[in-house]
Design a protein around this ligand. Structure first.
Ligand SMILES: Cc1cc2nc3c(=O)[nH]c(=O)nc-3n(C[C@H](O)[C@H](O)[C@H](O)COP(=O)(O)OP(=O)(O)OC[C@H]3O[C@@H](n4cnc5c(N)ncnc54)[C@H](O)[C@@H]3O)c2cc1C
Length: 536
C-alpha cells in the first residue's frame, strides 16, 4: 500500500495545476489519471499520420495569467500566440464580419453604421463586468454555512470581501451585472444591435457548450464567461498555444513534476475509500490502493459522487441533489486533416481571416433554430460550426502546405431521442458538419483526407465528460459561484472530510482557466497548515 499527502484524481489541467501548487508548497502529491495521455480535455494527439491537433478544447484565452506566471509555464515551454484576426463570420450575398485589432469597427460599419456607433459602448460595458468576474476568478466564492463557528466567521469575512469588490460597480454597472447573470443574450443583443452578423458574434459565445437557444434566460452569463480571458496581456483576445492545447497541460505537468509530483497514467480510480466520514484513499481500477491525507477530485462532480464515492458514505440529501447536477453541452467535436486551406465564398483565398475563429452561424434566429431542431430531431440539420485552422499559426501540427482544422459543432442532443445511439449516427452527423462548412467554402469536403469524430457519447466515454458537458456541468445560475457544485460546498470542500473539488465542477467553472485547481490548492494548504498549527 502506498501513502502520500495528496492524491489528485484526474490529470486534467485543473488537477495538474492543483498538483503543481501543492508540490511547490512541499506536499507529496500523486496524480492518478485514467487515460494514457495526461491533460484531460486540453490535450494534443496525432489523429492521422503527420497531423496533430488539440483533440477537445482548441483555443486559449481563459488560462489565468497569475497561474502562467506562478508555474513559470513559459519556462516550461508554453508559447501562446494571438490569432491575426479574432473572428470571421461569413454571411449571405458576399457579406462578412471580420474582427480583430484595428479592423473590428470598420468591418461592423460595413454592415451597419448604427452598430459601429454603439459597439464601443457595448464592449466597454461588457468589459467592466468581465473585470468584476476576473476579480472573483481566483478566490473561493462566499460559502453558505449552517452552524456558527470558525467556518461561519471565515465565510463572513469572505462575504464582506466579495461585497467590497461589487461595491466598486456604479449603480448602472450593477444593473448590467444583474442583466448578464439572468437575462438571455439574444434579448440584450437585439436591444443593442441591428446587424445579424454582429449579434451572431456575441451570440455564439452565449451558446458555446450551452445546450440552449441564445434566447434562453441565463445565456447572457455564458457570453460573459467567454469574455473574461486574455492573451499575453490583451483582454478578451483568443489565441493559440503552439503545439496545441496539450502544450498547456504538458507545461503544467513539467512544473508539477519539477517540484516532485508524481503523475500516474492508466491509473483510473474505481472507488474512494471512506473511513469514519473521511476520505482516506483511493482504489485504482487495477486494484492498487493509495492512501492520502487529502484527496482532490478533478472529475465532474456527478461522476465523483455517483460513481466513485460509495453511496452509503454520503448524506441522502446531498446525493439526491448531485444526482440531478445538470450536464448538457450539445457539442459535437471533429478534427480534420486537409490537403489545402478552405476558401470561403464571402472572402476567397488566403488571408488573416483563416487564422480566426470562423463562425458559421449567420444570426441569432439560426442559432435558435439549431437548438429547437436538435431538441426535436437529435441534431440540428443546419448546425452552428466554429472552424479553427491552427496550422495557419503553428507549423508543428501538419506537414508543410497541408492543414488541420478543429470543427466545434452545435447543437446536438447529449442523448438522442427514441433510443437511437450516437455510435450509429456519428458518421452521418460528421458528414453533415463537413457539408455545412462546404456550403460556405466549396471544395472543403474534397480537401478532407482524415477525420476524428467525438460525439457527446464519445466525449463522455473518452474524457469522463458526462453528457458530453465541456464545462463539467452547465453554467446556469443554480450551478454557479456559491452554488458550484452546491450551496454549502463552494469552498472546494465536499461533504466528506479530506475530499476536495479541484476541477471545472467547482468555481469558476469550465474552460481552460486553471482557476479551480489553483483555488482548491489554496484551501487544501490552508487546512493542512491549520492542522499542523493545531498539533504544534
Ligand atoms: C470539445 C471541447 C471543446 C472545448 N473548447 C474549449 C476551448 O476552446 N477553450 C477553453 O478554454 N475551454 C474549452 N473547453 C472546456 C475545457 O476544455 C474544459 O472545461 C477543461 O479542460 C476541463 O478541465 P478539468 O481539468 O477541470 O477537467 P478535465 O480536462 O475533464 O480532466 C479530468 C480528467 O479526469 C480524468 N478522469 C475521469 N475519470 C477518472 C477516474 N475515475 N480516475 C482517474 N481519472 C479520471 C479524465 O480522463 C480527465 O483527464 C472545451 C471542452 C471540450 C470537451
Amino acid at each position: 500500500m502506498n501513502e502520500t499527502d495528496v492524491v489528485i484524481i484526474g490529470a486534467g489541467h485543473n488537477g495538474l495545476t492543483c498538483a503543481a501548487y501543492l508540490a511547490m508548497a512541499g506536499l507529496k502529491v500523486t496524480v492518478v489519471e485514467r487515460r494514457k495521455v495526461l491533460g484531460g480535455a486540453a490535450v494534443t494527439e496525432e489523429f492521422h499520420p503527420g497531423f496533430r491537433n488539440s483533440v477537445a478544447a482548441y483555443t486559449v484565452s481563459l488560462l489565468n495569467p497569475k497561474i502562467i506566471a506562478d508555474l513559470k509555464l513559459a519556462e516550461h515551454g508554453l508559447k501562446i500566440v494571438e490569432r491575426r484576426a479574432q473572428n470571421f463570420l461569413p454571411g449571405a450575398e458576399g457579406k462578412y464580419l471580420l474582427t480583430g485589432e484595428g479592423r473590428t469597427l470598420a468591418s461592423i460599419a460595413s454592415l451597419s453604421r448604427l452598430d459601429a456607433e454603439v459597439f464601443p459602448r457595448f464592449s466597454q460595458r461588457l468589459e467592466a463586468i468581465a473585470d468584476v468576474l476576473r476579480a472573483f476568478v481566483l478566490r473561493a466564492p462566499p460559502n453558505l454555512v449552517e452552524s456558527f463557528g470558525g467556518g461561519a466567521i471565515r465565510e463572513g469575512f469572505n462575504a464582506l470581501a466579495s461585497a467590497n469588490i461589487l461595491r466598486q460597480l456604479s449603480l448602472e454597472q450593477s444593473r448590467d451585472l444583474l442583466d448578464l447573470f439572468t437575462r438571455s443574450a439574444g434579448e440584450m443583443l437585439d436591444e443593442w444591435f441591428e446587424s445579424d452578423l454582429v449579434k451572431a458574434l456575441f451570440g455564439f459565445d452565449a451558446i458555446v457548450g450551452n445546450y440552449a437557444s441564445p434566447y434562453a434566460a441565463g445565456s447572457a452569463y455564458v457570453m460573459l464567461h467567454h469574455a473574461f480571458g486574455e492573451v499575453n496581456g490583451k483582454k478578451g483576445v483568443w489565441g493559440h498555444a503552439i503545439g496545441g492545447m496539450g502544450a498547456i497541460t504538458q507545461a503544467i505537468a513539467r512544473a508539477a513534476r519539477e517540484h516532485g509530483a508524481e503523475i500516474k497514467l492508466e491509473a483510473g480510480v474505481r472507488e474512494i475509500i471512506v473511513e469514519r466520514d473521511r476520505a482516506t484513499g483511493v482504489v485504482l481500477e487495477n486494484g492498487e490502493t493509495l492512501r492520502a491525507k487529502y484527496i482532490a477530485s478533478g472529475v465532474n462532480p456527478k461522476l465523483l459522487y455517483t460513481r466513485l464515492v460509495p453511496a452509503q458514505a454520503l448524506p441522502n440529501a446531498f446525493l439526491a441533489r448531485i444526482s440531478n447536477w445538470r450536464n448538457a453541452s450539445g457539442t459535437f467535436r471533429m478534427n480534420v486533416a486537409l490537403t489545402a486551406p478552405p476558401s470561403f465564398t464571402a472572402l476567397p483565398g488566403d488571408g488573416d481571416h483563416l487564422t480566426a475563429g470562423i463562425i458559421l452561424a449567420p444570426g441569432l434566429a439560426y442559432m435558435d433554430r439549431a437548438y429547437s431542431d436538435a431538441r426535436a430531431h437529435g441534431w440540428s440539420r443546419e448546425p452552428v460550426v466554429e472552424v479553427l485552422i491552427p496550422s495557419t499559426l503553428d507549423a508543428t501540427l501538419a506537414p508543410q502546405g497541408q492543414h488541420v482544422a478543429s470543427l466545434f459543432c452545435q447543437h446536438v442532443a447529449p442523448v438522442l431521442p427514441d433510443g437511437q445511439s450516437w455510435d450509429v449516427r456519428r458518421e452521418e452527423v460528421a458528414d453533415l458538419m463537413i457539408a455545412t462548412v462546404d456550403k460556405c467554402a466549396p471544395g472543403f469536403a474534397d480537401s478532407v483526407i482524415a477525420r476524428q469524430i467525438l460525439s457527446p457519447l464519445d466525449l463522455e466515454r473518452e474524457f469522463g465528460l458526462l453528457g458530453g458537458d465541456i464545462f463539467h456541468g452547465a453554467l446556469s445560475l443554480n450551478q454557479l459561484f456559491s452554488a458550484r457544485p452546491m450551496l454549502g460546498h463552494a469552498d472546494y470542500r465536499g461533504p466528506l472530510k479530506g475530499l476536495y473539488h479541484c476541477g471545472s465542477g467547482a468555481h469558476p467553472g469550465g474552460g481552460v482557466t486553471g482557476a479551480p485547481g489553483h483555488n482548491a490548492a489554496r484551501v487544501i494548504l490552508g487546512d493542512h497548515r491549520a492542522l499542523f498549527a493545531g498539533r504544534g
